[in-house]
Write a protein that binds this ligand. Sequence first.
Ligand code: CS2
Length: 499
Amino acid sequence: MPQAARRLDEATLAEVPAAIRRPNYDRAGLGIACLHLGVGAFHRCHQAEYMEDLLASGLSRGGLFGVNLAPPALGPMLGRQDGLYSRTLHDGTASETRVIGAILKVADGAAAALALLADPAISTVTLTVTEKAYCHVPATGELDEARAEVAADLADLADPADPAGQGGPASLPGLLACGLARRARARAGPINLISCDNLPANGAILARVVRGFAGRALPGLAGWIEDNVAFPATMVDRIVPATTAAGLDSVAARLGLRDEAAVQGEPFRQWVIEDAFRAPRPRWEAAGVEIVADVGPHVLTKMRVLNAAQTMLALAGALAGHDFTHEAAADRALARWVGRTLAAETLPHLPPAPGMAPGPYLAASLARIANAGIAHRCHQIATDTSQKIRQRLLDPIRACRGAGAPHPGLTRGVGAWIAYLARSGPDFGARWTVSDPVMARAGPAILRHGRDIAGLTREILSQADIFGPDLSGDAAFAAEVTAAAQGLLDAPRGPPPAA
Ligand code: CS2
């Protein structure tokens, strides 16, 4: 494919083909309406486009200041493009590209975030930093003080010679607590901290880890947080895989310009935010965001249906030799298992969520995952399963147990995780490398147990921080998970247990 040499930026924007939508507003005259932490592909294809819609219809006089906390550094890359980038939505073979101008500034690192958190001009912060960045114990939601970055931040703050440590706090709870301490000192006023990560009750978890950190290290801050900080819960949704080199090339062909920050996703999008603000915020509802009293039912429905289906198809799909979840969704045996399991075991226990009727939502979710225009790698979704499995599979299993209902299909999903871990070991040909914080513990267990799946299952399930005291201590559950894992290792597409 011929490569366009010039890059997308303010100077070249006019060269973008006329059919492609681009900012129709004066970016130079805008202020900052919102700080966003974590400027990865999901944010650029989701919250940033909602902001773009507000700007395009003249409903906001400010755009976004993005601060990226995890590598790779994005400031220089987006800076070279004056913050401009494109998002392309794929529906099967149909695609639509739009240039987004809502991100006005981008910086990298904790120091930038600390300064902005204390800036009175900033009253709303949204976050997409991945599940594990919250440094919480997945089973309880409490701050995990044993996490290396949390322990390091606590040690730094206890050291009067160098209380900020080198380069600022390393953990998200440490960063936000220190930023809020600065804000309190600067009398910069109330602020909304809005988690947009896929955690159940993400607002409550964010509040807990920030308060937990402050309680340990910043005496006197708790009362100020109580009076000045809102932590609304949210549900965010759009399937946005990591951008590939081939994706960048095809966007360059569309734009006639290189765009190193391009993102690609599906047409569907949804954003629901709890109406619990303390400070001024963008008028998101004018762009279709649902502001509701209780996001709980929306969150449970999305995580237990769409996200659970993704996790089941990703884990079992990888075992069956599929690269992408749309391929796993087209694999009849896998699709049947996932569809039947979620219909029979998950849907009956969901609270009603306005606008998300369970049956149609399940059908729509499976159709979205089957979208062959979206190249979502099974291994990308399988990343950090230890941080995702509670909300996607374990809590639905608990709901079944609470109702005295069987859950063989969901158990098979847990078995798929064990089999996925086992397959990374040398005894199964070291088929892939698992990217997950659990590997610090699971890696040695995989080596030790080799082909002994019962032993591996027992050891993984004994992690109460993931499986909770109920499931981690349940020998019968461990035996069922073992049988499911063994079955998937023997015959990845084999018949699911009768559901
Ligand atoms: C995916 C999600 O990687 C994953 O864990 O399941 O990123 C998913 O695509 C989004 O939650 C969709 O809104």
